[in-house]
Ligand binder design. Structure first.
Ligand code: FES
Length: 123
């Protein structure tokens, strides 16, 4: 299965790419399968994701996944964001080749890591 048009479109025009100097939380994960790395930056207000950015050193699928995740998560409450699954992102992207399904884990895991750090800091 080749990349869907949506994957290619997100890869060529990633949304919310870049770092965030004043982030409230940052989550970083590496993919043990390929060594790629993803960072998610969150700006949180009233337990809601006000802004989200990503930096990904990875394949086209990982970049498309990051981009789609930021679109899905922006504006969501932390509880809603924690319910986003990798399948939601794969569906949003119109599917991923089987060999690239592991790439879809990165986004969700990096965002969950950032939220966990934020919540730990709040206690
Ligand atoms: Fe590494 Fe896709 S091959 S995240």
């Amino acid at each position: 299965m080749p990349y869907s048009e949506k994957v290619l479109e997100h890869f060529q025009h990633p949304r919310n790419q870049g770092s965030m100097a004043d982030a409230d939380a940052v989550g970083e994960v590496g993919n043990p399968v390929c060594g790629d790395v993803m960072k998610i930056y969150l700006k949180i207000r009233d337990r809601r994701i006000k802004d989200i950015k990503f930096e990904t050193l990875g394949c086209a699928a990982a970049i498309a996944v990051s981009s789609a995740l930021t679109e899905i998560a922006k504006g969501k409450s932390l509880d809603q964001a924690l319910k986003i699954e990798k399948d939601d992102i794969v569906r949003e992207l119109g599917g991923l080749p089987d060999l690239k399904i592991h790439c879809s884990m990165l986004g969700v895991e990096a965002m969950r890591a950032a939220i966990a750090k934020y919540q730990a800091g709040q206690k």
